[in-house]
Ligand binder design. Structure first.
Ligand SMILES: *Cc1c(COP(=O)(O)O)cnc(C)c1O
Length: 471
């Protein structure tokens, strides 16, 4: 091949648009089938993944061939998280307008590190920052960083906390590091999410130094069990326990923390959105007294992946922890996104976040999130009536914890549900028992999806009984 053959070919690909049309056709077919398809890939689809096991080709492959292989062997091996019967982990679907906006954003290929690098990315980040602060009723001067998810958002919030506490002790963490630094206390509940622990590890704060607080049978911190707080303490709370969906008592705890001048970080990956819902607002009462909040767009709000947000009322602490500079950096009077995130270059995920918030409006967000809650209650009601199943949590939001009579049966039934392919969910451990964890956070989940899934649970249980009797 001559040196510039590939370059010429790429100009042709742009000009005749065939490969873009090809992919558009694939995506239309995908969307048409995803709501009725097997929720988990079939055996055959999984086996076909071995077709990707090849050496890096020496010579160039035609673009349409590359895309054809991706579609043929890739599409069937996706999980139908986009549909209405995927209840695994805490995932979220993606709104059509979000997919479409992301698609446009893909062609723009923007990196909103600096305003000068992407004026549109920068503008949308400023607008959405303001919208989020209003929606969650947070302090007006708070700042937002647009990151890949709550894992990173937790890291940023705790980095800001670390900076502020040490600064108050006349210790510049960026310059001096943690060796010989004044001690930072970390207080959190025994049900804290593992990504918070990861952040504590990365930040050098040491998981061993955590002062653990007891939780109740829903996973909420027991306020009376919190040790005496002080100005060198980071207190980490939770809006939405990853199993039960429970919320800490922010009003009581944050008031206490404020008096002690502690830093409060709230992990609200999926739960923070209840703050935007009239009927669920009580769950997040008092969060405005905290200092930093981590939340995902890609879970409850149903933005496409990946989309997380760190919100922080102490802009100086946040930007000082994440700041970088270089002789080639052009700072502007508008927003330079990289001062609010660990990365310099990153995709403009705010595009689809903006599109979804604009599309839904306050009422639409309220409606979508409340519907998830109602479907969770429906699931809980229906499954409680089926012989052999028990619900182990209060349905405060979107999570339902289900189990059978003992760990062995629970595990086998869960396995059968997964194999039936009509819905998908994972397992967990709750109050010492193996459980099945149903997370309802897709805009697409209908009442019928819930009933179909409950039937699938029933079917799996009957198969289990038959098997047990036969052998
Ligand atoms: C999902 C989740 C996280 C991690 O968020 P990612 O977006 O997956 O990085 C953290 N905390 C809670 C409570 C979660 O549900």
């Amino acid at each position: 091949m001559k040196k510039n053959d590939i370059q010429n070919r790429m100009f042709v690909e742009i000009k005749n648009k065939e490969i873009f049309k090809q992919v558009q056709q694939y995506s239309f077919e995908y969307l048409e089938n995803i709501f009725d398809r097997n929720v988990y890939p079939t055996e055959e689809a999984l086996n076909n993944l071995s077709k990707f096991d090849e050496e890096l080709p020496i010579s160039s492959t035609k673009a349409e061939k590359v895309l054809e292989q991706l579609n043929q062997n890739g599409s069937p091996a996706t999980t139908a998280t986009l549909g209405g019967r995927y209840f695994g982990f805490v995932c979220g679907s993606a709104l059509p307008v979000g997919l479409a906006a992301k698609n446009l954003g893909t062609y723009w290929d923007q990196a909103p590190a600096m305003n000068v690098l992407s004026p549109i990315g920068s503008k949308l980040e400023s607008v959405v920052e303001k919208w989020l602060i209003q929606l969650f009723n947070l302090p007006k001067d708070s700042s937002a960083g647009f990151v890949s998810g709550t894992s990173t958002a937790n890291l940023c919030g705790l980095a800001a906390a670390r900076y502020r506490i040490l600064k108050k002790n006349s210790w510049d963490i960026n310059q001096k590091g943690l060796y010989n630094a004044p001690k930072i206390r970390i207080v959190t509940g025994k049900q804290v999410h593992s990504t918070v622990l990861k952040a504590i590890g990365i930040l050098g704060l040491g998981q061993e130094s955590i002062e653990w607080v007891d939780v109740d049978n829903q996973g909420r911190i027991i306020p009376e069990s919190i040790p005496a707080l002080d100005e060198n303490t980071i207190l980490i709370l939770q809006a939405g326990n990853v199993n039960s969906g429970a919320f800490d008592d922010f009003e009581t705890i944050c008031t206490k923390a404020q008096k002690a001048d502690s830093w409060v970080h709230i992990d609200g990956a999926f739960g923070l959105w209840t703050g935007a819902v009239e009927e669920l607002k009580h769950l997040t009462q008092g969060i405005e007294k905290a200092n930093s909040w981590a939340v995902d767009g890609h879970k409850t709000l149903n933005t496409p992946y990946d989309c997380g947000i760190i919100l922080c009322e102490d802009t100086e602490a946040m930007t000082a922890s994440l700041h970088m500079s270089g002789s080639y950096i052009i700072e502007s009077k508008q927003r330079d996104g990289m001062f609010y995130t660990p990365e310099m270059s990153r995709r403009a995920r705010v595009i689809e976040l903006w599109a979804i918030m604009k599309y839904l409006g306050k009422e639409g967000i309220d409606n979508m999130v409340l519907t998830m809650h109602q479907r969770a209650k429906q699931f809980s009601n229906e499954i409680s009536k089926v012989k052999g199943f028990y619900v182990d949590n209060d349905i405060v939001f979107n999570q339902v914890i289900v189990r059978c009579d003992n760990d062995e049966i629970t595990e086998r039934v869960l396995n059968k549900i997964q194999n039936l392919g009509e819905c998908w969910l994972g397992g967990s451990v709750w109050l010492g028992n193996k459980v099945m964890r149903v997370s309802i956070c897709s805009w697409a989940t209908t009442e019928n999806d819930i009933s179909l899934s409950v039937k699938s649970f029933e079917k799996a249980f009957e198969l289990e009984i038959t098997n047990a009797n036969n052998g």
